[in-house]
Design a protein around this ligand. Structure first.
Ligand code: ADP
Ligand code: MG
Length: 705
């Protein structure tokens, strides 16, 4: 009999109850029950008198007597009402169910302690289904100051497994198993971080002796939970680095130096330089690089990508960039081809619409190695595309690529007969800022570089929120800006669930703009997902060339499009967009020398989250700050890329609220792994044991990349 025994080993847990605990809460073993943590506590140190009760007091405890009982008929059945009074007043206790049993057991004129939620009706308080016991019984028991409230479901409470019952099970569990609870952290960590012992923390999380001990118990358990996740992630990273061979880009050669000295159109920001150094260290190490490059829109990731590719070429390897859409691939191609114009480096473009003849030419160039850089869409992943010697693959806007596609990219590496495949280094670039706290938990096993600085001279985009009724004022403003030679985006939401309606909104919007901005004075482009790609490109192209002044679009323009002369972004029904989407859209302007503007239009009807989102956009343009707010509003479950990580299964810690603890836990895990990578030292016995158990159990070890 130990903690791994089924819960039926606990006194008072029948097979039927055990089945319910499992189906409703996933609790199977005694250990599971021990780790079913209360989600809040009720403070039973405080008593109220009836005249102190207020509309906003949530749950209260009162001492008084029942002075009368009556049954009141109602539409269906009846309810039982008891008149309850203390020296200050009178209130009603109400039962809708189990009236008979209660009526038979209630004692009149005996002092009771009652506890429960209040209902207010016509200025008078009543308490439905109070918890109650006689003052005598109350006094005879050891009273806990803080009472735990456990997660529950309707089914559980209907079947009689109330919070009180769970508390009873928990008490029995502690009586039977307390001595078998083992310490999970090494003593040196417990001492260093002044943690309380495991036993004590579990006891106090369920039956807190005081606020102070509860806080200590919570800290210890949160720390431990986050620490073990970090340990696993770091070990996984270590294994990847030591086991997986990578090409060595040992030297900075002629092509890199030539470009850097003669063709770089600006000097790099410090952040760009730092990131480049981080990448060089990786690709020079002999290990495989799997690095995430985060940088806000406009922070200059492309040039970092290009310089990294030049490193690859200098060392005799080819390089590739994949973009999620054809428009973006073309844009990358145009930009990079222009930068490389007066160099000897060969670069080409491969997309779904590349003609067969051109395609053959590209295939040949890749195979013989004369083509150095290939830029394209997922067309690059086709089997026919074979590189001579692919050294690095760069993925722009990572989240658009699935795991399957990434593994195909992996296989474009070098496969010599009889030897292990060497995959290309991978650099994933994303403009979706992942809050640092989350990045640590989610990508703890990847290397993350951050460009946290914008190139100099960027003007802050002026952002305002306007209600629909100010639309005429907004149109007037647009006319003035167009008069100055600027271009304008007007973006409509397109949400899958209401697609038909949204297209109608888009078309209505387009018509009203066409009326307000008549041709030939004004030219308007329109781009949306239901258009043929060729038509989309045509419209996009006219806007890029400046032939149209207004681009009406759905969010297809969200990612990456670069039209420096476009300086106004109008977002219709802005309250319907998520924060990160709003931020991405705003990033389409502010790319040129002119002052740029973002106008968020909304209806008057705003949810509180909607208000927060719009206010955040108006207040800040820092992508990381915006991402933090987003994380707070939506929780980690909805943030890109969190699905595979451990952060969603946390039992007690919260990646947002407990980020200070996360930092300590991560730092500690790094120190531990640096000192003892295999956790083989005797003082790390406990860690080793738990990590091996976790390894068997969790999916955290499945390969993310
Ligand atoms: P993103 O990170 O969004 O992909 P880009 O790489 O497209 O950003 O860069 C945005 C713009 O900033 C481009 O026009 C680029 O030429 C310019 N840029 C990048 N780095 C610098 C720099 N260090 N100094 C000045 N301009 C820069
Ligand atoms: Mg980009």
């Amino acid at each position: 009999m130990n903690l791994n025994s089924p819960v039926t080993y606990i006194k008072g847990v029948s097979v039927a109850r055990a089945e319910l605990l499992y189906s409703e809460l996933g609790v199977k073993t005694c250990r599971d029950l021990l780790h079913l943590f209360p989600f809040r506590y009720v403070d039973k140190t405080q008593f109220y008198t009836i005249n102190q009760l207020q509309q906003n007091s949530s749950e209260v405890q009162i001492v008084g007597k029942i002075t009368g009982i009556k049954t009141v008929k109602q539409k269906r059945g009846s309810r039982l009402v008891a008149i309850f009074s203390d020296s200050t007043g009178t209130m009603e206790l109400v039962w809708f169910k189990g009236a008979k049993w209660i009526k038979d057991n209630l004692k009149v004129n005996v002092p009771y302690v009652i506890y429960g939620k209040l209902n207010w009706y016509g200025g008078k308080a009543s308490m439905p289904h109070p918890e109650m016991e006689t003052v005598q019984a109350y006094k005879s028991k050891l009273q806990m100051a803080m009472q735990p409230v456990y997660p529950s479901t309707e089914k559980l409470s209907n079947k009689g497994i109330t919070n009180k019952v769970v508390r009873g099970m928990m008490m029995n569990l502690f009586q039977q198993f307390f001595s078998t609870i083992e310490e999970s952290l090494p003593q040196y960590l417990i001492d260093k971080h002044e943690l309380i012992a495991k036993k004590e923390s579990l006891l106090n999380i369920h039956f807190p002796k005081s606020q102070e001990l509860l806080a200590k118990a919570q800290y210890r358990l949160k720390f431990e939970e986050l620490f073990f996740i970090q340990l696993q992630l770091l070990q996984k990273k270590l294994i990847r680095k030591s086991k997986l061979k990578g090409f060595v880009f040992g030297e900075v050669g002629e092509k890199f130096t030539e470009f850097y000295s003669n063709h770089l159109p600006f000097s790099l920001t410090n952040a760009q330089k730092r990131v480049l150094k981080e990448i060089r260290k990786d690709v020079g190490s002999g290990a495989h690089m799997n690095r995430l490059l985060q940088g806000d829109v406009g922070s200059g990731k492309t040039i970092v990508a290009l310089l990294t590719m030049l490193l690859s070429i200098d060392n005799g390897y080819q390089a590739t960039i994949m973009a999620p859409t054809e428009i973006l691939a073309i844009q990358h191609y145009n930009g990079i081809a222009q930068l490389l114009e007066n160099t000897s480096i060969k670069v080409d473009l491969l997309t779904g619409s590349t003609k067969t003849k051109k395609r053959r030419e590209i295939h040949a160039g890749l195979e013989e190695g004369s083509l150095h850089i290939l830029i394209g869409t997922h067309a690059i992943l086709e089997d026919k595309v074979q590189f001579n010697n692919l050294g690095i693959a760069i993925i722009d806007e990572q989240h658009r690529f699935g795991v399957e596609q990434r593994s195909r990219l992996w296989k474009k590496g070098r496969q010599v007969e009889g030897e292990e495949l060497v995959p290309p280094h991978i650099l994933v670039m994303t403009a979706t800022p992942i809050p640092r706290t989350l990045a640590m938990s989610v990508y703890g096993d990847l290397d993350v570089s951050v460009i946290d600085e914008l190139p100099p001279g960027r003007k802050e985009i002026k952002t305002v929120h306007r209600y629909d009724s100010h639309r005429l004022g907004v149109f007037k403003f647009l006319k003035d800006e167009i008069e100055k030679g600027r271009q304008v985006y007007v973006v409509y939401p397109l949400i899958q669930e209401s697609e038909a309606m949204d297209y109608k909104d888009l078309m209505d919007g387009y018509e009203s703009i066409a009326r307000e901005f008549p041709s030939p004075k004004y030219q308007i482009s329109i781009v949306h997902g239901q258009m043929k790609p060729a038509d989309k490109d045509y419209e996009m192209d006219r806007f890029v060339k400046g032939e149209t002044q207004i681009m009406v679009a759905t969010t297809v323009i969200e990612v990456g499009v670069n039209v420096p002369n476009a300086s106004v972004m109008v977002i219709e029904s802005a309250e319907r967009f998520g924060l990160s989407q709003l931020h991405q859209l705003r990033g389409r302007v502010g790319r040129g020398a002119e002052q740029s503007f973002c106008i968020l239009l909304s209806s008057y009807k705003l949810s509180s989250d909607g208000k927060t989102r719009l206010k955040t956009m108006v207040d800040t343009s820092d992508g990381f700050k915006i991402a933090e707010v987003d994380l707070k509003l939506r929780g980690p479950g909805n943030i890109m890329g969190t699905q595979q990580s451990g952060v969603l299964n946390l039992k007690i810690a919260d990646v947002v609220k407990d980020s200070p603890i996360l930092h300590v836990a991560r730092k500690t895990a790094i120190e531990t792994i640096n000192d003892d990578p295999a956790l083989a030292k005797p003082e790390n016995d406990r860690l080793n044991k738990i990590i091996s158990q976790l390894r068997k159990k969790t999916g955290i070890w499945s390969n993310i990349s």
